[in-house]
Design a protein around this ligand. Structure first.
Ligand SMILES: NC(=O)c1ccc[n+]([C@@H]2O[C@H](COP(=O)([O-])OP(=O)(O)OC[C@H]3O[C@@H](n4cnc5c(N)ncnc54)[C@H](O)[C@@H]3O)[C@@H](O)[C@H]2O)c1
Length: 244
C-alpha cells in the first residue's frame, strides 16, 4: 500500500517546515523529489532517501516557473505529484494594510499555486495528483489576517476547480488544511509561553502539530489508493476547529 516508487513529486516551499515534512514522507514511500523554493533546500536534500534535486524558484516569477519545470523534466522525465505548499504570512489588519502587502500574500499563496499548477499539469501525461496546502483559516477567519485568510479560502476553491477540470485527465486535486504546526513560519508566534499555552489550551489534543505529522496524509493523497478522492478538503488540526 502507498507505494510511490517510480513517481516524481514536485514540492514547492519544501526547504523547511511542512514542505520538508511532506517531502521526507513522499521520499520514504519511494518518490523522487524536486524541491522548488526561494530558500536553499540542500539541507533537506540530505535527509531524502531517493534521487532528489533542489531548484531555486520564486513563485512570483512566471517565466522562472516555466524554466524550472523544464529543468525538472530534463532531470526526472515526468511529474506525477505536485504539492503546492510555498507560502508567506504576515498580519494584514483591514484598516492598516496597504495594497502591495495585500498583493504580495495573494500572489505568493494563491497566484503561485495557480501558475505552478498551470505549467506542471502539462507534464502529467499519465494522470497525477495535486495536493494544495490551504489552512483552517480558509474556512474559519482569524482577525488581522485578511489577505492570508482570503488566499487560503481561495486555495480551497482553486482545489475544487482543479478537481472538476482535471478529472478527465486522471488528475485528482485535494487540499490539506493544517491547524497550527511548529515551523519557521510560526516560530515567532509560538515563542511566547503565554501565546503557546493559550493556543495549546484551545486545541482539544492540547498541542500544536509537528511537520512530520502531515507527511503520511500527503503520501495517501499522492498514492494510487486515493484514486476516488478528489476535491476534498482535509483538516489536520488536533481537533482545533471542532469548537471554533
Ligand atoms: N505552520 C503552520 O501552522 C501552517 C498552518 C496552516 C497552513 N500552513 C501553510 O503551510 C505552508 C508551509 O508553511 P510552513 O509553516 O511550513 O512555513 P515555512 O515558512 O517553513 O515554509 C514556507 C516555504 O515557502 C517558501 N516560499 C515563500 N515564498 C516563496 C516564493 N515566493 N517562492 C518560492 N518559495 C517561497 C519559503 O522559502 C519556505 O521554505 C504554507 O502555505 C502555509 O501557509 C502553515
Amino acid at each position: 500500500m502507498f507505494d510511490l516508487k517510480n513517481k516524481v513529486a514536485v514540492v514547492t516551499g519544501a526547504s523547511g517546515g511542512l514542505g520538508e515534512g511532506m517531502a521526507k514522507a513522499l521520499s520514504e514511500a519511494g518518490a523522487k523529489i524536486a524541491i522548488l523554493d526561494l530558500k536553499d533546500g540542500s539541507g533537506v536534500l540530505k535527509k531524502l532517501k531517493t534521487k532528489s534535486n533542489y531548484y531555486k524558484l520564486d513563485v512570483l516569477n512566471e517565466e522562472s516557473i516555466k524554466v524550472v519545470l523544464e529543468k525538472v523534466i530534463n532531470d526526472f522525465g515526468k511529474i506525477d505529484i505536485l504539492v503546492n505548499n510555498s507560502g508567506i504570512f504576515f498580519p494584514t489588519p483591514v484598516e492598516s494594510t496597504n495594497s502591495s502587502d495585500w498583493d504580495k500574500i495573494i500572489n505568493v499563496n494563491l497566484r503561485g499555486y495557480f501558475l505552478v499548477t498551470k505549467y506542471a499539469v502539462s507534464y502529467m501525461k499519465n494522470g497525477g495528483r495535486i495536493i494544495n496546502v490551504a489552512l483552517v483559516a480558509g474556512t474559519h477567519a482569524f482577525a488581522s489576517s485578511s489577505a492570508y485568510n482570503a488566499s487560503k479560502g481561495a486555495v480551497i476553491m482553486l482545489t475544487k476547480t482543479f478537481a472538476s477540470e482535471f478529472a478527465k485527465k486522471g488528475i485528482t486535486a485535494n487540499a490539506i488544511c493544517p491547524g497550527i504546526f511548529e515551523t519557521p513560519m510560526t516560530k515567532e508566534m509560538l515563542k511566547s509561553k503565554e501565546t503557546l499555552d493559550m493556543i495549546n489550551n484551545s486545541i482539544p489534543l492540547k498541542r500544536t502539530g509537528k511537520p512530520d505529522e502531515i507527511g503520511a496524509l500527503a503520501v495517501y493523497l499522492a498514492s494510487g489508493e486515493s484514486a476516488y478522492m478528489t476535491g476534498s478538503i482535509i483538516t489536520i488540526d488536533g481537533g482545533w476547529t471542532c469548537h471554533l
